[in-house]
Ligand binder design. Structure first.
Ligand SMILES: Cc1ncc(COP(=O)(O)O)c(C=O)c1O
Length: 419
């Protein structure tokens, strides 16, 4: 695809900035990974560039259904933009009573999610901060999985609520904490973005019912990819009516910018007028909604995309497992190889990139200290040849890389290689 090239030739004027006061300087100096690792670009960037390499296998974006460059979506947006311009760039709080494209998209989302009502937000980040800020007060217990997305933690800070973190996907730890501290919100991702694991939703529902808690389920990575019409994990499990709140970033399978919150009619009406991001920030624009609608049409009619995504994931995961890589925990569409330290992660990423395989580095604060990883997001466009190439590189890495995350070769492998 012909990418739009940014014009980087602007001559920078000789602009000056004021000197940082000492406390700002200290924050910037200590927080910047660049200097910490003595690496000349930020750890997440890397030096081997993917741009223009047609043979490269790119598993970095969250465009799971390979829909981002679909011209039908661009055309749907362009049509509205050219006909109506941007429309109202204002907070939705003043216009919720209109029966307009916003409302009709919200109704469609509610129906796909099997929820009474849904509210369109500016992003998944906003949906998550807004939902906790709106439904928790200062001191409310918020039981949050330690791997839940950063925006959910931010929501707890916005509400000044009491974070009660529990071990990743660990029901026993959650149970212990709820028994100790009492009712509150239980906050989890349906499908975790750093390891591809699915949350134990049925057990979470049981605990929530037993202890008068409410669940916030972030379906950002599962929406579009799981369940009937892509309604997500709760829909796939048939327990959507047991979850109080679901949030979705439209930035993954929908490959756009926007978010959605879903729940009961009463709670959603409260959210529309009480969540800070709904009041104090400008809404997405009408032409963007035309894009969401077209994307949903495509996802609903082209179910092969979902099927291919899961088929590709299973093929790659099984292949890596048989090579001895520790990826058994990656339930769906994401494969993560935990390299551990930042330098080991850079070695793994650079080795793969130099062999034409591109994943993304996740390092602290996006992971725990010493648990940095390279993540590969699978997509529907990858074919068998691509996946075999990836497996071939991982097989070769066992001979060429000395890292803890790369399986040691046994005598049989060496014997085969010698033949
Ligand atoms: C699990 C999860 N929730 C929320 C978000 C935020 O979504 P958005 O990019 O739409 O703001 C992300 C994005 O990285 C995510 O991975």
């Amino acid at each position: 695809m012909q990418q739009h090239k940014a014009n980087c030739n602007h001559v920078s004027r000789n602009c000056k900035s004021p000197e940082n006061p000492a406390f700002v300087k200290e924050i910037v100096d200590t927080g910047f990974l660049l200097d910490k690792d003595q690496h000349h670009s930020h750890i997440v960037l890397g030096d081997i560039r993917v741009d223009g390499d047609e043979a490269a296998i790119k598993m970095q974006s969250n465009d799971y259904l390979s829909i981002a460059s679909d011209k039908r979506i661009a055309a749907a947006k362009a049509e509205i933009l050219l006909e109506q311009g941007h429309g109202d760039a204002m907070s939705r709080v003043f216009t919720h009573d209109r029966e307009d494209v916003y409302k009709s998209f919200e109704k469609r989302m509610a129906s796909i999610l099997g929820a009474e009502d849904a509210v369109l937000c500016m992003s998944g980040y906003n949906a998550n901060t807004g939902i906790i800020q709106a439904f928790a007060k200062q001191g409310t217990n918020v039981y949050i999985d330690i791997k839940a997305h950063a925006s959910l933690w931010e929501g707890i800070a916005c509400a000044r609520a009491r974070a009660r973190p529990f071990r990743h996907n660990n029901i026993d730890d959650l149970h212990r904490k709820i028994k100790r501290y009492g009712p509150g919100l239980i906050v989890v991702d349906a499908l975790y973005s750093t390891n591809g694991k699915i949350c134990p939703l049925e057990k979470l529902v049981e605990i929530a019912e037993d202890y008068a808690c409410a669940i916030i389920l972030d379906e950002t990575h599962s929406f579009g990819c799981h369940g009937n019409l892509g309604g997500g994990i709760a829909v796939e499990m048939g327990i959507e009516d047991k979850i109080h709140f679901r949030t979705i970033g439209l930035s993954k399978a929908i490959a756009a910018r926007g978010g959605v919150v879903a729940g009961s009619k009463r709670n959603m009406e409260f959210f529309r007028y009480e969540a800070f991001p709904m009041i104090f920030s400008t809404s997405v624009l009408a032409y963007e909604i035309a894009g969401f609608e077209k994307t949903l049409d495509i996802i609903n009619s082209e179910t092969w995309r979902r099927e291919k995504l899961h088929e590709n994931h299973a093929y790659l995961r099984d292949g890596l497992l048989s090579l001895g890589y520790d990826v058994g925990e990656c339930d769906s569409q994401i494969i993560a190889i935990i390299a551990g330290s930042n330098p080991d992660t850079i070695i793994l990423r650079d080795y793969l990139a130099s062999n034409g395989i591109f994943g993304s580095v996740f390092a602290p604060p996006a992971t725990a200290e010493g648990a940095a990883l390279v993540r590969f997001t699978i997509n529907a466009d990858l074919n068998r040849q691509d996946l075999d190439k990836v497996l071939g590189v991982f097989a070769k890495a066992r001979y060429e890389l000395d890292l803890d995350c790369v399986p040691r070769l046994c005598a049989f492998d060496l014997f085969q290689a010698a033949e």
